[in-house]
Design a protein around this ligand. Structure first.
Ligand code: 5GP
Length: 282
């Protein structure tokens, strides 16, 4: 504006007064004017150049920030690939099974010093995060498990999904209202339990993820499917810490079409030599 041109030329304080640098530049440009008639043209040329540089700097800022983001994403992906290649998923769990698990006759694996008696919270956290990652494509509003050994992994998965965790009880409390029940044969205890949940906590609006420590013959899983069907809820998937691939649970549940994720699959166990063979998983 005229006032700015005059102020720049005379090195005055223009109004509004917050542009001293522009005034100094304006004065510098006005020095190139051969006479006062050309001062306005020189200061206007500065205005045009200043606007052009503003746009250039805006473009450079955006360009540099987009480039930085692309580089960061590519570095992150390469780092992730490097970690995955050098650390196949759940290597910690397999190493722990090999170091602390004990094979018993009848295909029973004892993991009671880190999973289902004494528990390792750090490993439990890693396993739960991996399960959450594998079911990230599902809209889950509840985690379900069977007492007792499924509760620890289930509650951690529920924590990371930020949803409530429901466990099927092996005793039927007299105070439970709206009770739904089913029968489950326990592979390790060699007996049949009646398990129950309250229909108040498992309803047709629920999208449920079943979590358990072991998948053996799949009886617990079938019992939970029955409870979910009785409640009219939807089963989104099933996640297990250890699947014993030499028993039939995994095969029959997968055939039913549910997403089933096992963090480790044991294909063979020899109680005599104590050898455990894992299935290769990606
Ligand atoms: P399923 O119902 O699939 O036959 O057996 C699963 C349940 O039995 C799990 O909840 C788990 O508590 C128990 N279970 C099955 N196999 C084993 C095993 O080898 N070791 C341990 N500790 N528990 C097992």
């Amino acid at each position: 504006c005229g006032e700015f041109i005059v102020s720049a030329h005379k090195l005055d304080v223009g109004h509004p007064p917050g542009a001293p640098f522009f005034m100094l530049l304006g004065h510098f440009f006005s020095l190139f004017a051969s006479d006062t008639a050309h001062v306005a043209m020189c200061v206007n040329a500065l205005s045009a150049l200043a606007s052009a540089f503003t746009i250039l700097f805006l473009f450079l800022t955006m360009f540099v920030s987009v480039c930085c983001q692309c580089v960061m994403t590519s570095v992150k992906n390469r780092l992730y690939l490097y970690i995955v290649i050098n650390n196949p998923p759940m290597k910690e769990l397999k190493d722990r099974i090999l170091s602390d698990g004990r094979c018993f006759p009848g295909g029973i694996l004892k993991v009671d010093n880190f999973i289902n008696h004494q528990m390792d919270p750090a490993l439990m956290r890693e396993m739960s995060l991996e399960l959450v990652r594998r079911f990230s494509g599902h809209k889950i509003n509840k985690v379900i498990t069977v007492e007792a050994s499924g509760i620890a992994p289930a509650i951690m998965v529920g924590f990371y999904l930020n949803v409530p965790v429901l466990f099927a009880k092996k005793k039927t409390p007299s105070t439970m209202e709206n009770m739904l029940t089913t029968e489950i044969y326990s592979f390790t205890k060699e007996r049949t339990y009646t398990v129950c949940v309250s229909g108040d906590y498992l309803t047709k609006d629920d999208h449920v993820l079943f979590i358990d420590d072991f998948l053996a013959n799949g009886n617990a899983a079938l019992g939970i499917i029955d409870l979910i069907n009785k409640a009219g809820a939807t089963l989104e998937g099933m996640g297990f810490l250890i699947e014993k691939g030499f028993q039939m649970g995994g095969r029959s549940i997968r055939r039913m079409g549910y997403q089933l994720e096992s963090l480790s699959i044991i294909d063979a166990m020899d109680a005599e030599s104590g050898t455990i063979t894992f299935r290769e998983q990606n």
